[in-house]
Design a protein around this ligand. Structure first.
Ligand SMILES: [Mg+2]
Length: 339
């Protein structure tokens, strides 16, 4: 078995700004897991929030003893081994996990959705994310996102009213709002929630900081807008803690450690009648197509990371009139462009 990796700069079409900062380029690490003439692809998009960098991803990969994952069909055991090396390093573990699943799907000749008993007819529509910007750039971005039926609007607590007003002046589409922990005072957060409710927002993501779980529960009790956890939910172990504070969870492969962890989180949250959303980082078609294989299980999809970049080296899942279209190829369903 051969495990190869290389860092790659994904170039963004537009500077992307959220509550935590701005970026023009996002450096990811691609991996290739080759065994018995089959290559599984994986990708890590390291997160600053978890102190991850492309270098930390590569350091983690170098620690893997490939003998320990030599039976690629034994995903449960392999994932446990990866977690035993580090309970963090989420995106690095996700890269290996994705490559293992891609390899297994290819070895069996089936797309992953089929392996999991899902129908490609059940994929949801994906939202398109509009980062924080000046009014004229916001208007331009909303116009460019014409194809997408849902927009996910980023707010940070500073110019919220102006941003919403600008967006509503150009579109009457369904809006979802992500505050990325930007509201810290619960009384003000409640006023904003009630205002967004009147604006016809569909749900609100992570209105308050993760450590303010009780304030979030207080907020949820007083407003009817569904509240989705993002920064409050990393792994499957976090899901039971959210009861009462959130109506749903936003799962990201780069946050939970991969497809295996995502499946466990989906079924765990469903057992608590919570809504399931899948989100992403800035990622190529490798990680997005992997996540899209699970998308028939979702209530809300926010899988637009590959749509934000201009130099995607891969092709896989596509979007038609806003809906995710799963490729009929084995594994995660991607191929290298021009390859
Ligand atoms: Mg979010």
């Amino acid at each position: 078995m051969n495990l190869r990796y290389h860092a790659f700069d994904l170039e963004l079409k537009h500077t992307f700004t959220i509550a935590r900062g701005s970026q023009d380029v996002s450096r990811v690490v691609f991996i290739e897991l080759e065994h018995d003439g089959i290559t599984g692809y994986g990708e890590a998009s390291p997160s600053e929030r978890f102190n991850e960098t492309p270098d930390s991803v590569i350091e983690y990969i170098k620690r893997i003893d490939i003998e320990k994952i030599s039976n690629l069909f034994n995903i449960e055991r392999n994932v446990a081994y990866l977690e035993s090396l580090s309970s963090k390093d989420y995106s690095a573990r996700a890269a290996i996990d994705i490559a293992m699943y891609d390899w297994v799907g290819k070895a069996l000749g089936v797309p992953l959705y089929k392996l999991w008993g899902l129908s490609p007819d059940d994929t949801p529509k994906t939202s398109f994310t509009i980062g924080i910007d000046s009014p004229d750039v916001l208007e331009k971005k909303v116009r460019e996102a014409e194809e997408y039926p849902f927009l996910k609007i980023k707010l940070d607590g500073t110019n919220d009213e102006e941003i919403m007003k600008t967006i509503r002046s150009v579109t009457d589409k369904v809006l979802r709002v992500d505050v990325n922990e930007g509201w810290t005072i619960r009384e003000i957060a409640l006023e904003k929630m009630l205002w967004l409710q009147r604006e016809g927002v569909e749900f609100i993501e992570q209105p308050m900081p993760a450590q303010q779980l009780l304030d979030t529960a207080w907020l949820r009790e007083r407003a009817s807008l569904p509240v989705i956890a993002d920064e409050n939910v990393v792994s499957v172990y976090d899901v039971p803690k959210l009861r009462g504070a959130f109506d749903g969870i936003n799962i990201k492969l780069m946050k939970c450690g991969g497809l295996n962890a995502a499946l466990k989180m989906i079924y765990s949250a469903k057992s608590m009648k919570m809504k399931i959303m899948m989100g992403c980082m800035v990622e190529s078609s490798v990680a997005i197509s992997a996540a899209a294989q699970l998308s028939p299980l979702l209530d809300y999809a926010d899988l637009d990371g590959n749509l934000l970049i201009k130099n995607d080296p891969f092709e896989g899942v596509t979007v038609h009139e806003g809906r995710l279209v799963l490729p009929d190829k084995p594994g995660i369903g991607v191929f290298k462009k021009g390859g």
